[in-house]
Design a protein around this ligand. Sequence first.
Ligand code: SF4
Ligand code: SF4
Length: 337
Amino acid sequence: MLRLIKYGCVLAVLMVLLGSEIASPRAEAQFVRPVDVVPPDDDIGEGYKTPAVQRPLPREAWWNLVDVASLSAALVLSTWIVLGRRSRYWLVALTVACLAYFGFYRQGCVCPIGAIQNVTLSLADSTYVLPVVVIVFFLLPLVFALLFGRVFCGGVCPLGAIQDLVVLQPVDVPRRWDKRLGILKYVYLVVAIWYAAGALMGIEAPGGREFIICRFDPFVGFFRFTGSAGVLIFGGVLLVLGIFIGRPYCRYLCPYGALLAILSRFAWRGVSITPDKELDCGLCTEACPLGAIEKNRAVLSSCLFCARCFDWCPRDKTNRAQCQEGDVRARAETVES
Ligand code: SF4
Ligand code: SF4
């Protein structure tokens, strides 16, 4: 385990070094975004309409390095907490910290989910300069997914975090419906790529090129305390729904989650519910609010590294220390009945 974490650290350091390229002139975006102070429409004339002010405001380039270092550290921590420490408690602490930093402080930007569009645009349009920080944010969680599974979803992604904190009364979604709805995120991924590229296989995107993932991001409005009424309502509905259906955006809509699900199938090492011998009592299946356990084993592509199942496993080290044998038997009998 320690060796794997070391590989993760080395990879993260490499990414930070790559991120130091951020301040280079090549990394400058060629678009100047409207910020707090924009020229009034009348100054420009010809019926020009000033675009809406965009957030977050641009910052000094070296702050990007801080973001890359924070992402790298959070990914390594998330991996260690879930696979090494097997602690839901520490994962919640990391989740809250990442929600505060990447969500409310950085206002959800830069984020790997939206980076899908920047990467697509850079492939479709050679004049578009892709900032290095975006490349790093796009790739790093994918590399961790290939190594360990969906570490990013576990304790790092602010969109996942905000949903995870409201999972209070999860109910089981019938497996058939869970799988059917899960297809939506792949469809959304293809549509988002289509719009970001402007055209796919010669078919123009209706209405022209657009970053629809950002436009319809359901939670970024909460992070920025602004946004259109429709999208804020959409986010609110997802959060209310999320009380009963664990992380609905992650499971059914997130296009980056689609990429992570594909890569995590080949993960070198993922969540194993019991630390040693499997008990096959079924307690973990009941504990997982995301429907990610089948035949008492975590499914790599759907396991979001939330660490809830560890708390229920009587074989888990921490749980073994806390559980009376009678409690365990009683829980097992409840599941069997
Ligand atoms: S599925 Fe998407 S929104 Fe959910 S935690 Fe993963 S990357 Fe974030
Ligand atoms: S199997 Fe379920 S409960 Fe366990 S870490 Fe994965 S998503 Fe969470």
